[in-house]
Ligand binder design. Structure first.
Ligand SMILES: [Zn+2]
Length: 102
């Protein structure tokens, strides 16, 4: 279930905050800021629970608002991985040379 929100290499997830009420088993709209989600929380408690905390609890969680393409070219992480591979090979060669000489 969590993996549905995994981003591909050329897009990034825009994260927001979402209010959940376990009493009503409901969730409200995802908000861009935690403050807005807290406002949803207070409004919901006022309207549905007489201003009280729901008996079954409520919470604010991270939630994906949407996705957008990565603005810069996505080669930086790939280049980093390539560097690690090259470095590993170089270290392996050095180790082989060292062992063969001793
Ligand atoms: Zn509720």
């Amino acid at each position: 279930m969590e993996n549905e929100q995994g981003a591909t290499s050329n897009e990034q997830i825009i994260w927001g905050f979402q209010y959940f009420c376990d009493q009503c088993d409901g969730r409200l709209e995802v908000r861009p800021t935690q403050e807005a989600a807290k406002a949803d929380c207070l409004t919901h408690r006022q309207q549905k629970h007489g201003g009280l905390i729901p008996a079954n609890g409520d919470r604010i969680e991270y939630a994906a608002i949407g996705r957008r393409p990565t603005p810069t070219e996505g080669s930086s992480s790939g280049g980093c991985a390539a560097f690690v591979i090259v470095a590993t090979i170089v270290i392996a060669i050095i180790a082989v040379v060292y062992v063969s000489r001793h």
